[in-house]
Design a protein around this ligand. Structure first.
Ligand code: SF4
Length: 951
């Protein structure tokens, strides 16, 4: 309500805030300043307003805010009302009795009036805490005249009672800080301290609130304290805000997939949860990036391509039932997803009146549609059910704001909702059960045996002061000191800190010496140095704590390992186990003989993997899966050239992709520009269609007609349109450039084609000739016999086959759209150490399909940038002998189960073999060192000779 009143005042007459009145930070700043003005006497506002036009505008907005909220009441109104009631009808106190004010802070006018009224009736006492520091004690002393008593002088700085038993612990970073606390708590617990007598306190919620709760949970130590989650982070909050984000992003695929995967979103009202992960993968396959329209179009296109694939397969005899079932299921899911998107787009198109009640009802309706009714929450954790109720209650409350502003727009509603959902989702545990974890201010008035204070680094204790840009302290002072000063907040912080220290007999102050995530060192907090100086009896400086001397009041934890093998109690079951294993090893035993590693399979495997990978043996942890475990290509089991090339380049890549079938799932939105592979597909497709449709040529030396040139350009255009519709082309601007480049490449191709035909004396015979593939019209697989008599069937697709007019010669061509550099080595080795096998393979396949003719085979780099270069050779006996030789090594390696990772040489920014490999994240960063250790293993000798041996 307060935030909406601020927004309404700003919207009515923003004044100097006109350009920033829509910013949430403007609203927040004004709201904070208004809270302080509220604690100032009314008379002081005119003095503030007289300072300058800015202050005058802030006061004007404040008065408007007060007018708009006049029918509501706040704490100050309550305090004045209570004071009036006490003064007018003291009998009202009969049910209340004596009032005790505990550890008072600076009193507002309303609170002062109430204290005066209660004191006048003799029904008031105060318990004040004095620190001996004048500024800090001033609010407490402010109470004394009202009670007509003297407050005794506070303890002086050196009084030991005030400080009790303090210790300082230096640790490496925030995470180690919490772990150290857990160890010290274990120690105290073992010595008899009850957990509820211990507090862990911090000033900065970031990172400590979440970090401490997570680590306590992992260590299974019970705790309680303020919750760290907001309503926005709960299932209901996430679902509602996620819906708005989906619409705001224009139905961006990644945002919608995140939303679906992040909550139990129902597919139908009161239906079952949507299959989020399946739909995520399906939408990637359909190439969807953003836009409700695009979802519909691309899903429809995807369904139709699946239907044609199914029709093709139905005509084949060797198609499996499972394959057809998978296609049917994919079609079913694509149709359901399209239906879901239609409904979602309709639900998110708000069409009600622009009022608070209507927007709130819409939001409640969205939650009910996508999360369902009570029945769907039966399995939710209790705290999520509570949070759901809080979100719904918050929406009810927003619906009642019509009195402040009858009409609003949707962004205003969104902002108000987001503010509402910033509220805490509730505390964790019950006070008094387990260790208390909270902010320093939360410990005021509590009593503990031990208090740990985390994060005592510079900038936090004390925090850096921040003046108010709306009405700075200087102007507040000039207005007669009636408006609370921002610098007074520092006194509050100091009071909280001293109160926290006073809350426990034993205080342990921790200083993390670095922020490991931020990669920077930290300096000790001034208040830590003050405490250290008191303990030392002379000034202690930052440099003293950075190179600490041995002192009874100081402990240093130099590292995690030192903590594990040091004298402290382990802080968690995991540390207990770690220490046990460490001691075992220090005693000279083998790690794998420890009872934990013998009984815990995962631990045993992890340690064994680490040990073996460090060795020079080639083991199951390095890609040795054993003979007969991977299917070996044979006459019955056709294989493609690219699969075999994968093994030659990096056998581990073959294992992942061709044996284990680990598939890469691309995110279409990551496509900034068309990929090299898709660009190649567009060029292939255009050339294939052109050669099918172009008028036949009479002789190798005949030139292409203008009509043919226009046909190729038109075909190129069509293929580009198709790639765009399939969502392969990335950003529109970059695609415009790429498209122009592709069309230029195609335009220039025909001249190169004329040259090639004239030089080799051939004419186009066929295009896209598939062999051994599970598709309509595919020819038989190509059979190759090895020296030892083994037969291997090979499959693939030849881009183009040309033939001499007299039928005496065949030429096979494989188009390429990348760089020709990696192919230059073919001049030395026709199969480049097994990494380029297509040419001899295609020659064999073309020979079987069109008669056993002498064949030339070429990679043709069909782009202007590569000058339409051809790299290849006549496929003679020598080439075939080498081809058979490497095939034998490859088949032997696969049969023996040898799949080491071999990254190759480092070139520019990556390893040679890894440049286009999708499995980079699964391989060791230092994979070159791993290969160096393993490459001399005897079982890898043949592979190493083929891949890296002398030429
Ligand atoms: S990333 Fe490199 S080492 Fe790893 S599988 Fe791929 S090619 Fe092999």
């Amino acid at each position: 309500m307060r935030a909406e009143a601020v927004r309404a005042a700003l919207a009515a007459e923003p004044g100097i805030f006109a350009t920033v009145c829509e910013h949430t930070s403007t609203e927040r700043s004004l709201e904070a300043t208004f809270r302080e003005l509220r604690r100032a006497p009314d008379g002081s506002l005119d003095l503030v307003a007289a300072q300058n036009p800015r202050a005058a505008d802030v006061v004007r907005l404040y008065r408007d805010f007060r007018r708009r909220t006049a029918s509501y009441y706040d704490e100050e109104d309550l305090a004045f009302a209570a004071a009036g009631t006490v003064a007018a009808a003291p009998l009202a106190l009969r049910d209340i009795g004596h009032v005790v004010l505990f550890l008072p802070r600076r009193l507002s006018p309303g609170e002062s009036a109430l204290v005066d009224a209660l004191a006048g009736e003799g029904r008031f006492s105060a318990i004040v805490g004095l620190s001996g520091e004048d500024d800090i004690d001033a609010p407490a002393r402010q109470i004394a005249p009202r009670l007509a008593v003297q407050v005794a002088p506070g303890p002086d700085e050196e009084t030991t009672e005030r400080h009790g038993d303090s210790r300082i612990v230096l640790v490496t970073d925030a995470e180690e800080e919490v772990r150290t606390v857990l160890r010290l708590i274990s120690e105290r617990s073992a010595a008899g301290t009850r957990l509820h007598r211990i507090a862990v306190l911090y000033r900065a919620a970031q990172p400590y609130a979440l970090l401490a709760q997570e680590q306590f949970r992992a260590a299974r130590i019970p705790f309680n304290g303020p919750g760290v989650r907001t309503l926005a982070q709960t299932v209901t909050g996430r679902t509602l805000l996620g819906l708005f984000r989906v619409r705001e992003s224009g139905f961006r695929r990644s945002v919608l997939a995140d939303w679906l995967c992040g909550a139990p979103v129902l597919e139908e009202r009161d239906g079952t949860p949507a299959p989020a992960q399946r739909w995520d993968l399906l939408s990637r396959s359909a190439g969807i990036v953003r836009g409700a329209e695009q979802w519909r179009d691309r899903l429809a296109r995807y369904v139709s391509s699946l239907r044609s694939e199914r029709e093709n397969l139905e005509e084949r005899e060797d198609v499996s039932e499972g394959r057809l079932r998978h296609i049917d299921s994919e079609i079913g899911h694509a149709e359901r997803l399209a239906h879901f998107i239609d409904g979602l787009a309709a639900d998110l198109a708000y069409s009600g009146p622009p009022t608070w009640p209507s927007f709130a009802a819409w939001a409640r309706g969205l939650i009910e549609r996508y999360l369902g009714g009570e029945g769907h929450r039966r399995d939710w954790p209790e705290e999520e059910i509570e949070a759901h109720r809080s979100v719904m209650a918050g929406l009810e409350a927003l619906g009642e704001l019509a009195a402040l502003r009858p009409q609003i727009d949707e962004p205003t509603f969104r902002r108000a909702l987001e503010r509402d959902l910033e509220a805490s989702a509730g505390r964790v545990g019950r006070f008094g059960e387990g260790v208390f974890i909270g902010r320093l201010a939360d410990a005021r008035g509590c009593e503990f045996d031990t208090a740990f204070v985390l994060g005592m680094s510079e900038g936090l204790l004390p925090p850096r002061g921040q003046d108010d840009p709306l009405i700075p302290d200087r102007e507040r002072l000039e207005s007669g000191e009636e408006v609370p000063l921002r610098t007074a907040r520092l006194d509050e912080e100091r009071r909280d800190y001293l109160a926290a220290l006073a809350s426990a007999g034993e205080r342990i102050l921790l200083f993390p010496r670095a922020d490991l995530r931020g990669q920077r060192g930290k300096m000790p907090a001034p208040w830590l140095l003050q405490e250290a100086s008191r303990l030392e009896g002379k000034p202690v400086y930052s440099s003293d704590l950075l190179n600490p001397p041995a002192r009874p009041w100081l402990a240093v934890v130099p590292s995690f390992q030192s903590a594990i093998d040091g004298g402290l109690e382990p802080g968690s079951p995991q540390e207990y186990d770690l220490r046990s294993i460490l001691c075992w090893r220090l005693a000279g035993h083998h790690l794998l003989d420890h009872h934990l590693t013998r009984t815990d399979v995962a631990l045993h495997s992890g340690l064994e993997a680490d040990i073996e990978r460090q060795s020079e043996r080639f083991t199951r942890w390095d890609g040795s899966i054993g003979p007969g475990r991977a299917a070996v290509p044979s006459a019955e089991r056709p294989v493609s050239a690219s699969a075999l090339q994968n093994w030659s380049t990096c056998p581990f890549r073959y294992l992942l992709g061709n044996v284990l079938r680990v598939a890469e799932t691309e995110r279409p939105e990551d496509t900034l520009t068309i990929s090299a592979a898709d660009r190649g597909t567009v060029i292939h497709r255009a050339l294939e269609r052109f050669l099918r449709d172009a008028p036949a040529l009479g002789s190798p030396t005949e030139s292409w007609s203008d009509e043919a040139r226009a046909l190729l350009h038109r075909t190129g255009d069509e293929c580009c349109d198709e790639a765009e519709a399939e969502g392969l082309t990335g950003s529109p601007l970059l695609w415009r450039l790429e498209r122009a480049r592709i069309l230029r490449d195609l335009d220039g191709f025909l001249a190169a084609d004329e040259e090639m035909r004239a030089e080799l004396g051939v004419l186009p015979l066929d295009v896209e000739v598939s062999f051994g593939l599970a598709e309509q019209g595919s020819k038989q697989a190509a059979l190759v016999e090895l020296e030892d008599g083994r037969l291997i069937a090979l499959r693939g697709k030849i881009d183009r086959v040309d033939r001499a007019p007299d039928g005496s010669r065949l030429v096979v061509i494989d188009y390429k759209s990348g760089s020709s550099n990696p192919y230059r080595e073919l001049r030395k080795d026709p199969v480049k150490r097994g990494q380029l096998l297509q040419l001899p393979l295609y020659a064999v396949a073309a020979g079987s399909a069109y008669g056993d003719l002498p064949a030339g085979a070429y990679y043709w780099f069909a782009t202007e940038q590569q000058s339409y270069e051809r790299v290849g050779y006549p496929v003679d006996d020598e080439v075939m002998a080498r081809f058979r030789e490497v095939l034998a090594v490859i088949l032997d390696g696969i049969g023996a189960g040898l799949f080491p990772s071999r990254p190759g040489q480092w070139r520019f920014d990556n390893f040679e073999s890894c440049r286009f490999c999708p499995y980079g994240v699964m391989c060791a960063r230092q994979r070159d060192r791993v290969w160096e250790r393993k490459r001399n293993a005897p079982e890898l000798a043949a592979y190493v000779q083929m891949a890296e041996g002398d030429d």
